[in-house]
Write a protein that binds this ligand. Sequence first.
Ligand SMILES: [Zn+2]
Length: 258
Amino acid sequence: MASSQPEPPAQEADLFLMEGDPADAVAAARRAGVGRLVCAGIDPESSRRSIDLAQSLPEVFATAGMHPHTASELDDEGWQQIREMVAMPRVVAVGECGLDFYRMRSPREDQERAFGLHISLSRETELPVVVHVRDAWPAALRLLDEGSAERVVLHCFSGDASIATACAARGWFLSFAGNLTYPKNHHLREAAAATPLDQLLVETDSPFLAPQAIRGRDNSPANVVEVIREIATVRAISFEAVRDATSANARAAFNRLQ
Ligand SMILES: [Zn+2]
């Protein structure tokens, strides 16, 4: 990596869901100044594909876990596979996991059970847990408080300023995505302004949540610079200050990125 280059990792770009060659998306991200990307797995199969990408592309790192949407499909065999993948080189976190009571594609009990397993694995492996929360804040906070995960990354943060403050007080990292730039999402901009600078992360959630300027098209990791720009605006600080802070925070959150 070029030491003079800014290195804001586009946390959770689901490269395996993108059209075209992932290597091209990663090269475009490099040109935009992105040094490292975390490609999050959402079930055993996609976690395996993330690891394959991480082994072939030096900028890419992987996670292994089961998304709350498919939590009810997590059987003993799948969980054993996730446990084994988390121990592999270039896997930097447990997850994506969490609770989504908005779509409720798996029953609540199944989501909570799977989430609890991931939290325990985070503590056991001393790796961060990448967490998805939608319309489930009280339950998510309760499970995370009870399970005392090693480190918590709240991916694609969806709460308001008061939830951001409560999460930050627990020492968790809050990762913001391109939906921060959508006109109606005042609550996200207030949350990004309320989060301590040393607990902020940026991501794209590619291919989803393209920033406002290209909304409706597929998102790409290079667009993480739009998220940085928006955070700089709402906090009234420079682009460089947000870029440098989120880069350092990513290395603190994902210790295996070093
Ligand atoms: Zn998610």
